[in-house]
Each structure stands twice: as C-alpha cells, then as structure tokens.
Design a protein around this ligand. Structure first.
Ligand code: PHE
Length: 484
C-alpha cells in the first residue's frame, strides 16, 4: 500500500469519528484495566515504604518514562503486527525480519511469568475480597492502629480463610476466562474505574485532614538518595514493568486486537499516565495515615490493609466508603488477573487443542495449587525463608534477604522475568525488526519516531542491563578494577 493510500484510508476513517474513538477507547480501557490493579494500590505503597520513599519513587518514575513507555509502545506494536498469541507472534515476526524462530521463547517466558504472578496475585486479591465483608460489618469503626493490625494478623494467620478467598478469586478469574465474557467485565469497569478514582480523591481529603499530609508528600517526593540501595533500584525498575503489565505478553495480546489506524504512542502514554496517577494517589493517601498513626512505612505487604481501615474507621460514612473501596479494588485486580493468565490460556488451547472452558479449569487448578505456597508463606511456612547474598571484597550484594516463598516468587517475576522479557522486546524492536516495519506500525512523525527509536535501541536496553549488573555487584567490581 502506497503512502498516499494509507493516508487516505486514515482520513476516511477519521470521518466516522465515533467508530475511531470507540476502538481506541476500548484498547485504552482494556490495557488500563490490565495495568491498574493491586500493583498500584497495594504494591506501590508498600515497596515505596520498604525502600525509604522519595528516591525510590523518583527512580520508579524515571523507569516508567524512559523504559516503560518505549517498551510498552514496542510491545503493543509487536502484538498488532503479529496478531496472534505472544509465542506465535514472536516466531512470525522474527521470521519476517529474517531471524530465528527461537524468539518464540520470549513468549514462553511470558506465559510462565504470568502464571507465577497470578498464583500470588490471587492470594492478595483474596485479602481484598475478605475485607469487603469485614469492612461492611463495620468492624473498623473507631478502631485504633493496634486493633486494625490485629484484624489483619488474624486473617493472614489462617490458611483456611486465605484458601477460601483465594479460591473465590481464582473462580472469578477463570469464569471470565472460560466464558470469554471479558467484554462485560470491561464495560462494568468503565464505570467502576472512575469511581475508584473518586474514592481515592475522597481519601486524599481525609489524608489532608490528618495533619500529616505535608509529611506524607515529603516522604513520597523528596528524594533522599542515602536511603536507596542497589536492590531498591532493581525493585523500582521491576515495579515499572509490573505496574504497566509489561514484559510478559499481556500487552502484546491486547495490542493484537488494536485497529491498524490507532496511534500506539498516544494510547501507550495515556495508559502509563493513568497507571502512574493511581499509584501516586494511593501513596498520597497511605503515607499521611502511616505518619499520623505512628505506623511503620516499611510494614510490608500488609501496609494498605493496616492503614486504609484506620481512615475508613474514623470518617463519616466510612463503612460505606470502605466497603465500596475494597469492592473496587477487587474489580481492578480482576481485570488485571485475566490479562495475567491470557497468554497461558491462548498457548494451552493451541498446544493441547483444548476448549476455552477446559483450559480455564485446568489452569485454574494449577494456579490454585501454586497459590498455596504464597498462602503458607504468611502462616505455617513463614519461617521458611531464603537468603542469598553475593559477598565480595567490593561489597555485599543482597539478592534476597529472609525472603518467604511469596517474596521469592515476587522477586523472581517482577525483578527478573519481566525486565528480562522487556529487554528482549527492546532488543527485538530496536535491533532486529526491520526499521520500515516499526515505522509503518507506529506512524508518528520523524522526530518522535527517532526519539522512540533511540530510547528502544539504546536507552531502555542499556538501563535494564546496568540495573541488572548493578544488582549483581558487577558494576562495583568494575569500578574497583578501574580505580586500581
Ligand atoms: N499491572 C498489574 C498491576 O499493577 C499486574 C500485572 C502484571 C498484570 C503483569 C498483567 C501483567 O496490578
């Protein structure tokens, strides 16, 4: 198709404005549904707290801008060009540009990463589910920090309760996957997401009222680089991938449904913007509550379950808002969880020639079983921890410190597998795919194309590699050699 015909087609489609808008909107909705989830509201605040605040947030924001957005554009682009499941897409695109089919392995890693993430994601989403009735019964009314902590501790101490909620969440996820009724869920989310947003704003007003809002903001936005460690840098980068759902094929699958004439750049920026906004808003709610109640920012994975109930328990209509909040959090997690398992579903259906329903049941059982490991990490197996440090004469490099199985799974997936997947995507899009193909897909002016190309070819891969090497102590070693 010549340049002018493609421009004409574009112009003609632009004429029917409604259709264009609706298709781009659908993609943005689905991708935002995948991106915005527990990562923003549960994980971002707690890992920020564990890594000392501002400096971590700054590195995370930088990673979103210079690694996340360009890689998201690349992943959507590969998906749209391949129009298949991630494994087949990668094989096909590699061949198209004259490279080996073993690029399909990238799709494989994504399938495994998504499966592993869902196994613990579902347990945490189960906590949010459990909080719906706990909140709804007014349990937290007028309660102090100690009481709220006790409620959380009691929940996670019971493998049976966790199993019930985890099972419920797996059934919810697999129901949508089996029926392929994603459309319905996404329509519901059109109303629920804005509502979640409004609730966060209400909570921000509550946070302002605590008298510790300034302190909370300072904690989030005043970088103190003495607090950041090499592991902190790695988790900031890993979280950028996790929160944008990058590096495992979820966004690639969504990209494969994207109409040809939709701007990938605008859509990716919109998704990344909304995702980041939700995370920062969650941070602005949580930290003032933490400081106002003398809590520990580094309290770990229970952070939002120990802070938000305090807010709801002490505000007007707190029971209503609180219940609604956890319902909305479950919905946000739900739209993310179906995208986590989608690459595995498409792969299983194709490889074993199974129906959607059978695939959903089968995968559901496996994810459920795998989830038990996370459940036990919080109770009967909480003492079973792994530590791994590389100590050299150039310093100690902590890979894992007293990590439970849950910590290990989270580390393996967000800090290693997703960035590795992202790195491969960047290398593929920046170095191996023919430039004419990426230019044809992205259709942005040459200034923006060059900017993207520079970021995807050099900046993103180099940064990911540097962060990996840094975490492994290689950089310290080199510095030592060159100083000597
Ligand atoms: N982005 C989701 C969240 O922040 C999690 C996710 C990761 C979803 C990877 C899909 C793929 O909650």
């Amino acid at each position: 198709m010549s340049e002018s015909t493609s421009v004409n087609t574009h112009a003609a489609k632009n004429g029917s404005k409604r259709e264009m808008w609706s298709s781009r909107f659908t993609f943005i909705l689905a991708a935002t549904g995948s991106a915005v989830g527990l990562g923003n509201i549960w994980k971002f605040p707690y890992i920020t707290g564990e890594n000392g605040g501002g400096a971590f947030v700054l590195i995370y924001l930088m990673c979103i801008a210079v690694i996340g957005i360009p890689i998201m554009m690349a992943e959507v682009m590969l998906g749209r060009r391949g129009r298949q499941d991630p494994i087949t897409t990668m094989k096909h695109l590699a061949r198209e540009s004259g490279h080996s089919r073993s690029w399909g392995l990238l799709g494989w890693m994504g399938v495994i990463a998504g499966f592993l993430i869902l196994s613990y994601y579902s347990v945490i989403a189960g906590w949010a589910l459990a909080y719906v009735p706990i909140m709804g019964l007014g349990t937290f009314n007028g309660m102090d920090a100690e009481g709220v902590n006790a409620v959380f501790a009691e929940l996670v101490a019971s493998p049976e309760s966790l199993m019930i909620w985890h099972s419920l969440f797996i059934v919810m996820t697999m129901y949508v996957v089996a029926r392929g009724v994603r459309g319905g869920l996404e329509k519901a989310v059109t109303y629920l997401m804005p509502l979640l947003f409004v609730l966060l704003i209400i909570l921000i007003f509550y946070a302002m009222d605590t008298g510790y809002f300034q302190q909370g903001l300072a904690y989030l936005f005043n970088p103190d680089f003495s607090k950041i460690t090499t592991e902190g840098i790695l988790s900031a980068m890993g979280h950028a991938f996790f929160t944008l759902s990058l590096g495992m094929g979820a966004i690639m699958v969504y990209g494969s449904y994207l109409p040809k004439d939709t701007s990938i750049a605008q859509a990716s920026i919109a998704v990344a913007f909304m995702d980041t906004l939700v995370a920062l808003m969650a941070g602005m709610v949580i930290f003032p509550i933490v400081f106002a109640n003398g809590l520990e920012p580094g309290a770990g994975p229970g952070l939002i379950f120990k802070t938000l109930p305090l807010a709801f328990g002490n505000m007007n209509y707190g029971t209503v808002f609180g219940t609604l909040f956890f319902v909305l959090l479950v919905f946000a997690a739900w739209t993310s969880s179906i995208s986590l398992i989608e690459p595995a579903v498409t792969w299983c259906m194709k490889t074993f020639q199974l129906s959607r329903v059978k695939t959903a049941v089968l995968l559901g059982v496996f994810v459920w079983l795998m989830g038990l490991l996370t459940i036990f990490s919080f109770n009967i197996a909480s003492d079973f921890t792994i530590s791994s440090t590389i100590s050299t004469q150039y310093g100690e490099f902590v890979i894992l410190k007293d990590a439970t199985i849950f910590d290990f799974l989270d580390y393996l997936t967000s800090n290693i597998m997703l960035p590795l997947g992202g790195l491969m995507i960047a290398i593929f899009a920046g170095w191996l795919m023919k430039k004419e193909f990426s230019r044809e897909e992205l259709k942005i002016n040459s200034f923006w194309y060059s900017t993207w190309f520079f970021l995807i070819r050099f900046v993103a891969p180099v940064m990911v590699i540097i962060v990996f090497l840094n975490a492994m102590g290689v950089i310290a070693f080199m510095r030592h050699i060159f100083n000597a």
